[in-house]
Design a binder for this molecule. Structure first.
Ligand code: FMN
Length: 437
């Protein structure tokens, strides 16, 4: 399987194959007429854990597209790995598969070996086929967790975009045909325009992902500092108590300044959850972009095959279906982009609130120091020094956090859904005409 090649198949709701492309036929070794009308498990490899298919079908049953690494068996008994993407579509499913990166195959092989072992034990213990598959699915999720993925969904949200970006521009350009004319040229122009739009989005999301990571880093430092300053407030309160009779004003200020600090810590402590939501939502958008890019590229590959005379024009009946699948991803993407923008605004508001509270605190502690110098310099010199040090060394993180927060407040991920829709229409119509002959 060449790095730029794409497998294509559609099935009914039970997984019986309805359509396949030339790559599927060539690599699997089955003639097309043997594949059509046959259950997709015809290419199942015995080393594949049932749990991987359980995860796939669970996701499809929930109406959600899924990406799964699959090792398949050819008619001759050889094997080949694919990263399979499957989406619910109309009254069945559509699947596009790419050749996976070797790093992913290494990791997934390890995950699957463990799952197969768990499944073998479960089967030996007399569990039903369904229970065995469930145990396998749990084992897959558990092993992925040791690699830092909190769920299967999170794993595929990371894996698929990596697979698509590893293919790179060179690969998507492999389907462009500068000599194409008429409807084939129109299909390729539309797929190219959508690919460019998706590339631009990937770039802007990468910027916001980096901003989110920087914010998360700064927030950890500021929260750490805030915890230390809380100790300083306590020190200041104790120190003030020592001179309460002579200078009650010190105790009053020390008491009042504790409140903004406590509130700032509360606001800051919420941030990690918001950052993880931002990261998750960006991951979902990235996954939908990768899906759309894949369906778009598959449509281009069909048109290129027709242009090259390798496939008949009738194979372009698959293209409107791919456009429908891409349109669903585009709608999902638009919804997720709104969420990401909401997350960015939310994080910016929290950071700004924490910054204001820390400023209030800083003003109070400045006042307190001033009063100490006036009323109790000799008595409290020892207590003031650590507070001074804490304030001077750690304030820069607050400034950094606020600067990043301001960037987040003006950050907007833009997605022109109408433009994406127009590109897909520009692909769909000429493909339909060509397929109809
Ligand atoms: C669109 C689509 C594509 C599929 N592609 C594959 C595939 O490439 N290899 C595979 O083993 N199973 C594939 N499956 C899953 C099979 O239908 C089946 O669940 C799996 O092979 C396990 O079969 P078994 O439970 O009968 O052992 C696909 C299913 C769908 C809906």
């Amino acid at each position: 399987m060449g790095p730029e090649e794409l497998f294509f198949s559609t099935t009914d709701v039970r997984g019986v194959i309805r359509q396949g492309n030339s790559v599927f036929v060539r690599v699997s070794g089955y003639p097309l007429d043997e594949l059509l009308g046959t259950a997709h498990n015809v290419v199942r490899h015995p080393d594949m854990p049932a749990g991987a298919f359980r995860l796939m079908w669970d996701s499809l049953a929930a109406g959600t597209p899924v990406a799964v690494y699959v090792c398949n068996r050819t008619k001759a008994g050889d094997h080949y790995w694919v990263c399979a993407v499957v989406s619910p579509l109309h009254d069945g499913f559509v699947s596009v598969r790419v050749a996976p990166t070797p790093e992913a195959v290494d990791l997934v092989s390890e995950v699957y070996v463990e799952a197969v072992r768990v499944e073998r034990d479960a089967a030996a213990a007399g569990l039903s086929r369904r229970e065995v598959a469930e145990r396998g699915a749990q084992a897959i999720v558990a092993t992925l967790a040791t690699y830092g993925f909190s769920s299967y969904e999170e794993f595929m949200h990371v894996a698929l975009p990596l697979e698509i970006s590893a293919r790179g521009h060179r690969v998507s350009e492999a389907h462009q045909r500068s000599a194409a004319t008429g409807d084939v040229a129109s299909v390729l122009a539309g797929t190219g325009a959508l690919a460019d739009q998706l590339d631009a989005m990937v770039e802007s999301l990468a910027t916001y992902q980096a901003l989110g990571d920087e914010l998360a880093d700064a927030a950890v430092h500021v929260l750490d500092m805030a915890h230390r300053l809380e100790v300083s407030v306590h020190t200041a309160q104790q120190a003030s108590a020592l001179v309460a009779e002579k200078s009650p004003v010190l105790s009053n200020v020390a008491r009042v300044m504790a409140q903004p600090m406590t509130d700032a810590v509360t606001a800051l402590a919420q941030l990690p959850e918001d950052f993880s939501r931002l990261r998750g939502d960006i991951g979902r958008v990235r996954f939908q972009i990768a899906l759309t890019a894949l369906y778009d590229e598959m449509a281009a590959a069909f048109a290129a095959e027709v242009h090259d005379g390798v496939a008949p024009a009738s194979s372009l009946t698959a293209v409107p279906l791919l456009c429908d699948a891409a349109e669903t991803s585009v709608a999902e993407m638009a919804a997720q982009v709104e969420k990401v923008n909401g997350d960015l605004q939310h994080v910016a508001a929290l950071v700004s609130e924490a910054g204001t509270l820390l400023d209030d605190f800083r003003r109070f502690i400045g006042q307190w120091r001033h009063l100490v110098l006036r009323h109790a310099r000799a008595a409290l010199a020892e207590q003031v020094r650590p507070i001074d040090e804490e304030l001077t060394t750690s304030w820069q993180w607050t400034e950094q956090l606020r600067a990043l927060g301001r960037q987040a407040s003006s950050a907007v991920v833009r997605f022109d859904r109408d433009a994406a829709h127009a590109h897909l229409e520009a692909v769909r119509e000429p493909a339909r005409r060509l397929a109809a002959g």
